[in-house]
Design a protein around this ligand. Structure first.
Ligand SMILES: NC(=O)c1ccc[n+]([C@@H]2O[C@H](COP(=O)([O-])OP(=O)(O)OC[C@H]3O[C@@H](n4cnc5c(N)ncnc54)[C@H](O)[C@@H]3O)[C@@H](O)[C@H]2O)c1
Length: 218
């Protein structure tokens, strides 16, 4: 395998797509062997790119035969680290937080929201998908006792930085941030921002552009 630092970001971002596709073929479609052309075809990725992406991590499959789906799924899962389930804390048991805690398929992606925290006394003690909402004041204790590295932020933007700081202080190393705000974190902490509004605004942009074209008769 190449030094991980030299692997292009785009390759790393395609790996979860390969993994999800291979998992679907393996678990639900009973596919045993797949070619790079067929795998790429399902994801709109050229076969040459599929082979190049995988070649960064080793030699998989056999020329002219293809990849064993189950073996490649396991290998890609191991590379991604989803061959085990990473426990996470989620802070903010509001509308979005509840939806995330109720989502059942995160385990397949290698993580589980193991603890839910909030600072609202009316929410602390409530149960969401078998998890009791705990006080955000207990964050450090929960993170340390359970050796948790992953945190999910589902609080309003105004509270997101404060929550991120608390998470980092407690020992969290990677943050999945749903608050539409930039977080300032030390270099060793990884942040993935999930700004849902950006997706819908770009769709609206296309709709309004189409309407403008229709109005002009183009
Ligand atoms: N609801 C959605 O569909 C949606 C979509 C996109 C983005 N978001 C973003 O997700 C975040 C949450 O949205 P929501 O609709 O669930 O809001 P919400 O008001 O329903 O829930 C926020 C929760 O965070 C808790 N909270 C606030 N400050 C806290 C703190 N310092 N420590 C611990 N808990 C704290 C509140 O008590 C509340 O339970 C927001 O940043 C929002 O912009 C939400």
């Amino acid at each position: 395998m190449k030094n991980r630092e030299n692997i292009p970001k785009a390759t790393i971002e395609r790996l979860p797509l390969y993994y999800r596709c291979l998992d679907k073929m393996d678990t639900f479609e009973d596919v045993e062997v797949v070619s790079s052309k067929d795998l790429g075809g399902k994801l709109d990725i050229p076969s040459t790119q599929v082979r190049k992406d995988l070649s960064y991590y080793g030699e998989f499959g056999r020329r002219g035969v293809g990849y064993n789906v189950n073996e490649l799924k396991k290998s890609v899962g191991k590379i991604l680290g989803v061959d085990r389930v990473w426990p996470a804390i989620l802070v903010g048991a509001g509308n979005l937080g509840r939806a995330l805690v109720n989502y059942k398929s995160f385990a397949m992606m290698g993580f589980e929201i193991a603890h839910v925290l909030d600072n609202d006394l009316d929410k602390i003690g409530n149960v969401i998908n078998d998890r009791e909402v705990k006080s955000a004041q207990d964050m450090e204790k929960i993170v340390k006792e359970n050796d948790i590295k992953l945190g999910v932020i589902a609080v309003p933007s105004s509270a997101a930085q404060e929550v991120a700081d608390q998470m980092i202080e407690a020992g969290i190393k990677a943050i999945w941030n749903f608050a539409p705000t930039r977080l300032y974190v030390p270099d060793e902490v990884e942040v993935k921002n999930e700004d849902l509004a950006v997706g819908i605004v770009s769709l609206i942009y296309h709709l309004s552009w189409q309407e403008e074209m229709e109005a002009k008769g183009e």
